[in-house]
Design a protein around this ligand. Structure first.
Ligand SMILES: *[C@@H]1O[C@H](CO)[C@@H](O)[C@H](O)[C@H]1NC(C)=O
Length: 177
């Protein structure tokens, strides 16, 4: 074999090896969601992502998508809704709840930004703790009385579901599973 063919062969072997390694890190949605406290919600959230049927490549583009486009953007929508709820509320207790929740949601926006940065620098421990902080902030909001006729309780649950997905992604990246 000419030296150039040997080089090509080595290149092909090298590339195949790389592909095998990345294939080994594709996690099926069903496997990831089996670790989630609400597997059905987990599957419903993830199956809205284009191309997710092939599984979740780790690391790859899915974790930042979940953090930014589902997590951060969703939290921002809820924050915007809260501004309207504050303006509309006639019950002073409910108004207090919305004002406090608005501050909780400002916190979640910071946590999502930190989680995104942590993922980018492969600091999966911080990615995980920031997602856990989102859950704490949302639970603080949810604990506030009185009972709430708005969409907020539903959105709080969804935000916790999304954050639990981020925690599980971090656990896979940390080699826990
Ligand atoms: C706030 O009140 C306006 C006017 O009554 C209404 O159209 C809107 O749907 C309300 N928004 C929320 C989030 O309750």
């Amino acid at each position: 074999m000419a030296p150039s063919s040997i080089h090509s062969l080595l290149l092909v072997l090298f590339l195949s090896f790389g592909v095998c390694i990345s294939l080994a890190r594709v996690v099926p949605v069903s496997v990831l969601c089996s670790k989630h406290p609400n597997p059905t919600n987990c599957v419903n959230i993830l199956y809205n992502i284009d191309g997710i049927g092939a599984g979740i490549e780790l690391p790859g583009s899915i974790p930042p998508y979940v953090i930014n486009t589902i997590g951060h953007a969703g939290a921002f929508e809820t924050y915007t809704l809260l501004n309207t709820l504050i303006r509309n509320a006639t019950d002073p207790k409910l108004k207090q709840r919305y004002i406090a929740c608005s501050a909780d949601y400002v916190g979640t926006l910071d946590y999502f930004n930190s989680a995104k940065d942590a993922y980018t620098s492969a600091n999966y421990k911080d990615m995980k703790s920031n997602a856990a902080n989102v859950i704490k902030a949302v639970q603080d909001c949810d604990r506030r009385p009185p009972s709430d006729p708005s969409q907020l309780p539903l959105l709080n649950n969804r935000m916790q579901d999304v954050s639990n997905i981020i925690i599980i992604l971090a656990d896979f990246l940390l080699g826990k599973y």
